[in-house]
Design a protein around this ligand. Structure first.
Ligand code: PLP
Length: 391
C-alpha cells in the first residue's frame, strides 16, 4: 500500500478541479463527474509541509513575511542537486505563481503590439496572458509524428527573425506534449533567439517530474554569457502539489533585468510570497526527496496502466508516454470523431472531465489531456469511464 493510494474526498473544499466543473464544462450538475483535467494532484501534500505549516501556525502572529536566506538556500541546493545547475541566491525573485510571473515578464520586457513566440499545442496562459496585455502572438506549431513532437527549426527561425517578435516562451518539459527537450534542441533555440535578440522565458515548472530516465536540462544552465537573455521560472507547486499555496521563483542572472522586474513588482505593489508558502517551500526543498521518489514511481505506473488499458479497449486511440509531466496527451484522431462529440460522450456517457485538445491551440484538436495524478482506484474508475464514453 502506497501513501498515494489513499482516496481523499475533495468535493466541496473550494477545489478548482472538483468544484468548478459546472462553470468550466457548462453543465448543470457535475456531482457524478470525475475530474481528470487541471494539473493538480488528488494526493495529500507531503507530511513535511503539513508539519511546517502547523509549526508556523503555532506562532499566532500572521504579519507580513520575508523569505529568509536559508529558504532561498534550500531552493539553490535543490536545483544544484536535482538539475546540476549552480545558481546564486541573489538571482532569485519571488512571485505568487508562474502565470503571474509570465504576466510580469511580458509587461516588463515587451511593449503593446510586440509579439510573443510560442510553440503550440501549449499551455493556454502562454497566449491568454500576453493577449490580455495587448501583445500579439507568433505561433510556431510543433510537428507531431507517431506521438512524438519536435520543432521545425526552419519555421522557428522564420518566426524568431520577425522584427515584432521580442519574447519566446519555452515550455520545458512541454505541457501538453510531454517532451523533455534535449540539449541539442535547447542549444538550437538559444542560438536562434540570440541571433535575433529574442528574450527567452523558460517555464520549467514541471522540471522535477521526469520519467523513465529522462533528465531535465535547465536552459540557462547551458547558456553562455553571450547567449540570449533568459528568465527561468520554477516552483515547488507542481512537484509537491501545492498549487493553492501559491509561490514561484524567477531566476534572473542579469542584474539589469532583475532590477527591471523588481521595478515592475513595485509598480503593482507586489509583496513577497505568503507566510505559509515560505514554510512549505523550505520543507519540501530540504526534506521532500523521499516523497518525490515515491510519487514519480507511482505516477509512472499510473501512466503505464492507462496506456495498457485504453488503447486495447478503444480502437483508434493512441497514447505516447510523456517523458516529463503527469499529463497524458491522448490522440483520438483515428476514431474519426469530432471534438464536440467526444466531449459530449465523455461528460454525459462516461461522466469524465478531461481537457479538450483545442484548448491548447487548434493544433491540439484531435487530442485530450488527461491528468493521471490520482490514487490507483480513482484512475481505474477514470479508465472505465473513458472506455464507456467511446463504446
Ligand atoms: C507550463 C505551466 N506553467 C505554469 C503553470 C501554473 O503555474 P502557477 O500555478 O504557478 O501559476 C502550469 C500549471 O499547470 C503549467 O503547466
Amino acid at each position: 500500500m502506497s501513501r498515494f493510494d489513499e482516496v481523499i474526498n475533495r468535493r466541496n473544499t473550494n477545489s478548482l478541479k472538483w468544484d468548478m466543473m459546472e462553470a468550466i464544462y457548462q453543465i448543470e450538475d457535475a456531482s457524478t463527474i470525475l475530474p481528470m483535467w487541471v494539473a493538480d494532484m488528488d494526493f495529500a501534500a507531503p507530511e513535511v509541509v503539513i508539519k511546517a505549516i502547523g509549526e508556523r501556525l503555532n506562532h499566532a502572529v500572521l504579519g507580513y513575511s520575508i523569505v529568509d536566506d536559508s529558504t532561498t538556500g534550500s531552493f539553490v541546493s535543490w536545483v544544484k542537486k536535482r538539475h546540476d545547475w549552480t545558481i546564486n541566491k541573489d538571482w532569485v525573485l519571488y512571485h505568487s505563481g508562474v502565470v503571474p510571473a509570465i504576466a510580469s515578464i511580458v509587461e516588463t520586457f515587451t511593449k503593446p503590439q510586440d509579439k510573443i513566440l510560442i510553440t503550440p499545442p501549449v499551455y493556454p496562459p502562454f497566449s491568454i496572458v500576453p493577449t490580455a496585455l495587448d501583445r500579439g502572438m507568433e505561433e510556431c506549431v510543433m510537428v507531431e509524428k507517431d506521438g512524438q513532437y519536435s520543432l521545425d527549426f526552419d519555421a522557428f527561425e522564420k518566426s524568431a527573425a520577425k522584427e515584432e517578435v521580442k519574447l519566446f516562451i519555452l515550455c520545458n518539459p512541454h505541457n501538453p506534449g510531454g517532451i523533455v527537450w534535449s540539449e541539442d534542441d535547447l542549444r538550437e533555440m538559444l542560438r536562434l533567439c540570440t541571433k535575433y535578440n529574442v528574450l527567452i522565458l523558460a517555464d520549467e515548472i514541471h522540471a522535477d517530474l521526469m520519467f523513465d530516465g529522462h533528465k531535465h536540462t535547465p536552459l540557462a544552465k547551458i547558456a553562455s554569457e553571450e547567449d540570449a537573455r533568459i528568465i527561468t521560472c520554477m516552483a515547488p507547486t507542481k512537484t509537491f502539489n501545492l498549487a493553492g499555496v501559491q509561490i514561484a521563483m524567477m531566476i534572473v542572472s542579469d542584474d539589469a533585468m532583475r532590477s527591471k522586474l523588481s521595478e515592475n513588482s513595485a509598480s503593482h505593489g507586489q509583496m513577497g510570497p505568503n507566510t505559509f508558502a515560505i514554510a512549505a517551500m523550505k520543507a519540501v526543498y530540504t526534506e521532500g526527496e523521499e516523497w518525490l521518489a515515491e510519487l514519480l514511481a507511482y505516477l509512472s505506473a499510473n501512466m503505464d496502466l492507462v496506456i495498457e488499458k485504453i488503447p486495447a479497449a478503444v480502437p483508434g486511440i493512441n497514447i505516447t508516454k510523456p517523458q516529463g509531466t503527469y499529463l497524458l496527451w491522448i490522440d483520438y484522431r483515428e476514431t474519426g470523431l469530432e471534438e464536440q462529440e467526444v466531449m459530449e460522450r465523455l461528460l454525459h456517457t462516461g461522466k469524465l472531465a478531461l481537457d479538450p485538445g483545442s484548448k491548447y491551440g487548434e493544433s491540439g484538436r484531435g487530442f485530450l489531456r488527461m491528468n493521471i495524478a490520482c490514487p490507483r482506484a480513482t484512475l481505474e474508475d477514470g479508465i472505465e469511464r473513458f472506455i464507456k464514453a467511446f463504446k
